[in-house]
Design a protein around this ligand. Structure first.
Ligand code: ATP
Length: 239
């Protein structure tokens, strides 16, 4: 593993009006890592992800990507630079078919032949999407929509993939499938930042982890060590 820092978040603060949701957060993600950000409901994980991907304004602090500040840049610019996000709740285009959603994921690209090849790759990862390529995505199950949201993000050929609660609301079999795919995508060289409430699964596949509580990072370190930490086990693994 290299220690080339891809994402560096320093002193990040984000507020919704008078409500300070993120209160000075520091963490980093190195190239070739899978980093999991865990924490209970309302800890500020989604807010942090939205600030990184330019969908929420930053009140204070900085976010660097590839050594440069990306503060103030919108999602469009960031996707072009290789930073893609699968949002909580999937965010698929419900009135579009699966194939149209995948094509939308490649909107920053104009290499038609490669786009078709990448759609085939997504279909290899998720055969279910291939079977239903012409179905409106709004009529699919939550698990299928999660597959589509991940497939759509992969269509931008990201350097870093940010995943917000990909296992939320899914059946145990679908959770297994989604975690398998995260491992595969990571194994293919995509750096991953994963936000999850399923702490044991998230730390189980990560290199490093961070814990967020009430808007701050309270702990960070090697994921396997965190999995064995009695405090983490008591607070997040139900022991
Ligand atoms: P969850 O797992 O429940 O999504 P989280 O760790 O992702 O939790 P956030 O969704 O980032 O937490 O929420 C952090 C805090 O910000 C919470 O107190 C939440 O109520 C508040 N918050 C989130 N979105 C808004 C909003 N649009 N307006 C006002 N407050 C918000």
């Amino acid at each position: 593993m290299t220690t080339n820092t891809l994402l560096k978040v320093t002193g990040l603060q984000v507020a919704y009006g008078g409500i300070q949701a993120v209160k000075g957060v520091d963490f980093e993600v190195h190239e070739g890592e899978l980093v999991s950000l865990i924490g209970s409901n309302g800890a500020g994980k989604t807010t942090t992800m939205k600030a990184i991907t330019g969908t929420l304004p930053i009140k204070a602090g900085d976010i660097q990507y590839l050594g440069k500040s990306i503060k103030g840049q919108g999602p469009w610019d960031l996707v072009k630079q290789g930073l893609a996000m699968v949002p909580e709740g999937r965010g698929v285009f419900t009135r579009m078919t699966i194939i149209e959603n995948l094509q939308m994921g490649a909107y920053i690209r104009d290499d038609k032949a490669d786009i078709l090849a990448d759609i085939d790759k997504v279909f290899t990862i998720f055969p279910r999407l291939k079977e239903r390529r012409d179905q409106l995505s709004g009529t699919m199950s939550g698990g299928e929509q999660q597959m589509l949201a991940m497939g759509r993000a992969l269509m931008s050929r990201p350097k870093v993939l940010l995943l917000d609660e990909p296992s939320m609301g899914l059946s145990p079999i679908m959770v297994d499938k989604i975690f398998e795919v995260i491992k595969d995508v990571y194994a293919q060289g995509v750096t991953v930042l994963l936000v999850e409430q399923n702490a044991s699964r998230a730390l189980g596949i990560a290199n490093r982890g961070y814990v967020m509580e009430s808007g701050i990072v309270t702990m960070g370190g090697d994921a396997k060590e965190m999995l064995n930490d009695p405090k983490v086990r008591a607070a997040y693994l139900g022991e």
